[in-house]
Design a protein around this ligand. Sequence first.
Ligand code: SDX
Length: 379
Amino acid sequence: MSGEYVPGLEGVPATRSNISFVDGKNGILEYRGIPIEQLAESSTFLETAFLLIFAHLPIKDELLAFEAEILSHRRVKYRIRDMIKSFPEGGRPMVALQACIAALGLFYPISRDMSKEEYAYNSTIRLLSKVPTMVATFHQMRLGNDPIPPRDDLGHAGNFLYMLTGREPDPRAARIFDVCLMLHAEHTVNASTFSALVTASTLADPYTVITSAAGTLSGPLHGGANEEVIRMLKDIGTIERVRPYIEERLARKERIMGVGHRVYKVKDPRAKILQNLAQELFDRFGHSRLYDIALEVERVCDELLGHRGIYPNVDFYSGLVYEKLGIPSDLFTPVFAISRVAGWLAHWHEQLTDNRIFRPSQVYTGTRQVEYTPLSLRS
Ligand code: SDX
């Protein structure tokens, strides 16, 4: 049975899922039916990861046990640290992260005496706990430093910022980062989650599934956009230059990074929350000139692109928040991966019970029954 070709599979359902729901017309995002605004207000990243992966909000004992498991698995083996140390200092962080995630599959292989459920749980814990450590380890080592060991007295978000910068973060800054991790955790069948589903459908191991997804996330049209937004804001330089810059890019048919979305045709609900977080950070820790430029970019884009349903997406303000938190811009996408591991794992878990290998068809546009031409007769 072969249907018509749909570029980018726009609007084509690739799976059935009850993990998250997006209404692009009304700007709604729900995780297991809970509005993202309520989670951002009252939950934590680890509680949200548990909700996404295990399909219910944990009771107190479940949450404490889950948090304790994550905390106890934050460290990585010295041979993984040695591997990271061998990476070139100028290497692209997302390539380094992909290598690290794939390596987890070498150092934590499927054990024969482990049931499928146990293996699924253990690999979930290891990925959620070790991806932040590997990102921070890569950063410290590329600076020529020894890695900063995790601190058991800091929460998931605060500990990452500590391992990354060597400074204990302000509690409010750590909370803001934890909200950012919640906002980026899951978003139905985006490109990287689709990549995870395809790899999982061949029954590849979870480390390989997450390695595939991380590679897909690294592209500038997907997870790499937040870094491009900061680059764009710095290129623009002043509020006065915003309009001519945007008009020139559009005239050259170039994309404005951080705006537009395959599903949202209004402002991304996550962008609204991130904008408020950015505003709070600048009010507390000092203003950012780039924020003023970003507000003007949003105003001009609303005027020039809004009528086409092109509005700020999750990447538009996230980079401004991360930069204020002391995260280098080339680590913005690895930070996206630290969070989205939860959503990728949730879809991997969900697919384990209802799996069929992905093998779509194609619309063939080539020639048929062509005679082979021997080399001697070719010119
Ligand atoms: C994420 O899918 C997800 O859920 C992703 C994500 C998640 O949580 O996983 O939300 C995270 O990836 C957010 C998106 C980050 N990327 C960017 O900010 C890059 C800039 N945005 C665009 O490249 C674009 O909007 C996409 C890739 C996000 C969506 O592209 P679509 O839906 O395939 O739309 P399209 O490329 O077919 O564009 C439709 C029209 C085109 O004009 P025409 O060729 O028809 O004349 O809209 C134009 C595009 O040129 N357009 C833009 C634009 N986005 C679309 N024009 C200028 N600037 C833009 N940003």
